[in-house]
Design a protein around this ligand. Structure first.
Ligand code: SF4
Length: 282
């Protein structure tokens, strides 16, 4: 039976993007090809905040006990190998059982599934069909992959996604592509990959979602959108404020909303920050 290494599995309200406000099961897989240590840092500098936490990793028995960070990747424990023991490798049956426990009616109704990370398209494309074909997953209608937009879909998985949406008329796959700008600390040529995102558009609905704070970030987003459009991407563009903690989020959410209005792009909030303080499991 297939196994997936799961960093978190919880039920909450989707706080970002197209499904903002929709009750959702979040399946956070382990592993990412990026580090994004530049978030919240002066341009060109990388955060080392997580190192102190990693040095004390043996104090933390569960994922939910880990401290939040204000700089770098706010999901650090979902890919940093120093925290890998907090993410169990679970059989598909066990994952589905846990999903049924956290759904309010013990079955899929109007809830949507968010497969997130880490980078959910990095390591588990072969395992997802086993998960989605489980008899108890039959009622699921909508899935979002929250991806950084750099992973190719393998041929078999692409074919499977086509079949999954074809079998029921109201099923839909969404790719929420949070392409990383230079403020993340990741190099442009590794992060902006229009051909991958155009490929996602072949299998479902895809949109770009840029995390920004400053006018300089906005200029980077404009340049990235030009490259994605030149590559054939047709979907909408969202911008979302930097800020895994409320103090940082409050500093720039209004400015980012105004930038979105100026550009005719969509604004995405981070509802999990004001609602739940971005705690693990929200
Ligand atoms: S791509 Fe996402 S999960 Fe990976 S390091 Fe960057 S912010 Fe974190």
């Amino acid at each position: 039976m297939s196994k997936i290494k799961i960093a978190e599995l919880f039920y909450s309200v989707q706080g970002e993007g197209r499904y903002m406000g929709v009750p959702s099961v979040f399946l956070r897989t382990f592993g990412c090809n990026f580090r994004c240590a530049g978030f919240g840092m002066p341009r060109g500098e990388l955060s080392t905040e997580v190192n102190d936490i990693a040095n004390r990793v043996h104090y933390y028995k569960t994922y939910n006990e880990l401290p939040l960070v204000s700089t770098g990747c706010d999901s650090y424990a979902s890919w940093d190998p120093r925290f890998k023991d907090l993410s169990p490798l679970l059989e598909v049956d066990a994952i589905v059982e846990r999903i049924m426990e956290i759904l309010p009616y013990g079955e899929w109704r109007d809830e949507h599934l968010v497969i997130t990370g880490g980078e959910p398209l990095l390591g588990w494309q072969k395992q997802y069909p086993d998960l989605l074909e489980h008899p108890k997953m039959k009622g699921l209608k909508e899935i979002t992959f929250e991806t950084n937009g750099t992973m190719r879909l393998n041929k078999e998985f692409k074919h499977y996604l086509g079949e999954w949406t074809a079998t029921e008329w109201d099923r839909e796959i969404t790719f929420s592509v949070s392409a990383k700008l230079p403020c993340s600390g990741e190099p442009w040529e590794d992060a902006i990959k229009p051909d991958r995102v155009v490929d996602y558009e072949d299998c479902g609905y895809a949109y770009l979602k840029f995390v920004i704070a400053t006018e300089e970030d906005l200029k980077d987003a404009e340049r990235a959108v030009e490259e994605f459009r030149a590559g054939g991407f047709k979907g909408p563009v969202y911008v979302m404020p930097v800020g895994g903690v409320e103090r940082v989020y409050n500093l720039n959410n209004r400015a980012v909303a105004e930038m979105a209005m100026r550009k005719g792009w969509r604004y995405s909030d981070r509802l999990q920050v004001p609602l739940f303080k971005n705690e693990w499991g929200t």
